[in-house]
Design a protein around this ligand. Structure first.
Ligand code: FEO
Ligand code: CA
Ligand code: CA
Ligand code: CA
Length: 565
């Protein structure tokens, strides 16, 4: 088609222009429709639960799709399709009565906010009008801030994670601020607890300790949970925040399964998780910690896995590493061991940021999603932006001077780093790296803020965040950046999803989302004819056209019915 005529031979679509409106746009020959919105019923007894004036009532709040959709993955159960999808956070001003001014006034309002976050598991099926949620499916499930879970791995049972309600230190309620996603080789869901610190607050004296400061825990909680639920009050339960900030494994194929928090993968503001299979059969998980000047991590299991084999211990028994990027484009994984950190194993897993500082990892420009190429041994991390680069240290006082992998001071645009493990082995210590792209604005700047060679006036963007590989080896890049379309960002328009060719470096814009929204989360139907894409915090009254804005998952397909991904 004309994509080839335009010199985009690598892409099977015509790249689209920027947008500044309140709609979703996809290329000619593609269509998009909403799959599910915040407040849509997952069970038929919640039909009509959503009101354009008042949102969702507390009684219905655990029976509907949550707000602010994020990472997601699709699973197959005997030919049926089940999506597990995160609801990262809530906007209290949208969910609570206007008089509350965004702060819950009673326990019921806290319960409402808790229920609209977490994870949704939902069956979807194709009908005459595209995919729809299968209401009342036995697979449908809401996992919230109050769902019972197990704490597993070396930190479980330690004094650091014991509370009044759980003297065993092994039974935890809830998974919080579920941001990006991952999946295991054995097809379970990994939900990643990012800004968990914001859910805790102090009604009295705050506990002392570097660990609270490094993670931003203290003061008043974002949603005032601590005023109505003592579990979130660090004055009386100082260890409760030590039980969050993990990667949690969920089996979406078994609605009765108990989610498991995997402490061996470390505690930080987990963005997502990308699992790879090392040549010797060990499993490797790459993970970013999304905060200015924090780190990129890797976990390597001690045990090995083969298709159909046992999975026990693979995410509980292994070694955690932090990345060090050298300026000569080599790098190495530094093991977070008691010897290297002068911390105990439990302290390393509870205060992982401090362990990474102790061994001298490379401070990064906010590591968001990691994605592993299914066709070759390489992985990518979106470094979304960092206004503090070269300006001030991170919360641990670590140096954040400009370096080769984070090369721009006050970095408003972001970059994507790519690394290749030695000998094609994801468990190797050494790697080489390059920058796949430096975002920038070549119409405003003619220096390094113009971006790398593969950025031009026709595909420019800022703040790469979500990243997912399709099975054909294309890198889908989702942005969460400045959408004001002015100044440094003029000509970039609304947030967008682009497709990158890892071989040629070419990048083309595939989708734009409504003004105000970020695009985050991506998975495909089993037949790869439909992509599901998350639209978080839209502006205006999207998608209903009136009333409150509603974060939604949309479905995108080719009009000719062909596969794409
Ligand atoms: Fe929830 Fe770093 O994005
Ligand atoms: Ca993100
Ligand atoms: Ca982001
Ligand atoms: Ca977000």
């Amino acid at each position: 088609g004309s994509a080839q005529a335009a010199g985009h031979a690598a892409f099977a679509f015509d790249p689209i222009d920027v947008a500044t409106d309140f709609d979703v746009h996809v290329p000619a020959g593609y269509k998009s429709e909403v799959l599910v919105r915040w407040g849509d019923a997952l069970w038929s007894d919640a039909d009509g639960a959503y009101s354009a004036e008042t949102g969702v009532s507390v009684d219905m709040s655990d029976k509907v799709f949550g707000e602010n959709t994020d990472g997601m993955e699709l699973f197959e159960v005997d030919g049926r399709e089940v999506i597990a999808v995160n609801s990262e956070y809530v906007n209290p001003k949208i969910n609570l009565p206007a008089a509350s001014e965004g702060k819950p006034q009673n326990a019921d309002e806290v319960k409402l906010l808790k229920n609209l976050q977490g994870v949704t598991v939902m069956e979807v099926a194709r009908g005459d009008a595209g995919y729809a949620v299968v209401k009342d499916s036995p697979f449908n499930r809401r996992i919230t801030h109050e769902t019972e879970m197990v704490l597993a791995g070396p930190l479980a049972g330690h004094d650091l994670v014991k509370t009044k309600a759980d003297p065993s230190g092994t039974q935890v309620k809830g998974t919080m601020n579920n941001c990006g996603s991952g999946r295991t080789l054995w097809n379970t869901y990994l939900t990643c607890e990012e800004n968990f610190n914001g859910y805790f607050g102090a009604t009295g004296e705050e506990p002392a300790g570097e660990g609270y400061k490094r993670y931003g825990i203290g003061g008043e909680g974002r949603y005032a949970y601590e005023k109505f639920d003592p579990r979130y009050d660090i004055s009386t339960e100082p260890n409760e925040p030590h039980r969050h900030g993990f990667i949690t494994e969920i089996d979406p194929t078994d609605p009765t399964s108990t989610p498991i928090k995997r402490t061996a993968l470390g505690r930080f503001k987990h963005e997502n998780a990308s699992m790879a299979h090392a040549l010797d059969g060990r499993v490797v998980v790459y993970m970013g910690d999304d905060e200015r000047g924090e780190y990129l991590y890797r976990y390597v299991s001690n045990g090995t896995w083969q298709e159909g084999g046992a999975t026990e211990g693979l995410l509980d028994d292994g070694q955690l590493y932090v990345a060090k990027f050298n300026d000569d484009m080599t790098g190495e994984w530094l093991a977070l061991t008691p010897e290297a950190t002068s911390m105990t194993e439990a302290e390393i897993l509870c205060f992982t940021r401090m362990a990474a500082s102790a061994v001298g990892g490379t401070t990064m420009d906010r590591p968001e999603w990691v994605a592993t190429n299914p066709l070759k041994a390489e992985a990518y991390c979106a470094l979304t932006n960092n206004k503090n680069r070269g300006v001030k240290p991170n919360a641990g006082g670590d140096d954040t001077s400009v370096n080769a992998v984070n090369p721009r001071e006050t970095n408003h645009y972001g970059q994507i780093v790519r690394w290749t493990p030695e000998n094609g082995n994801h468990a190797a210590i050494d790697f080489t790296w390059d920058l796949y792209v430096m975002a920038g604005n070549p119409t405003v700047y003619d220096n390094e803020y113009a971006g790398s060679q593969n950025v031009n006036a026709g595909n420019m963007f800022n703040s790469p965040d979500g990243m997912v590989f399709s099975s054909d080896g294309m890198l889908w890049i989702q942005t969460d950046g400045n959408y004001k379309n002015e100044g440094d960002f003029e000509g970039m328009g609304n947030n967008q999803m682009l497709v990158g060719n890892p071989e040629t470096g070419e990048i083309a814009r595939f989708m734009t989302v409504p003004y105000g929204a970020e695009v985050t989360g991506l998975c495909w139907s089993l037949d790869k004819k439909v992509a599901f894409v998350g639209v978080q915090h839209p502006g205006g009254s999207w998608p209903d056209g009136e009333g409150k804005p509603r974060s939604s998952v949309v479905q995108v397909w080719r009009e000719d019915g062909a596969t794409f991904g």
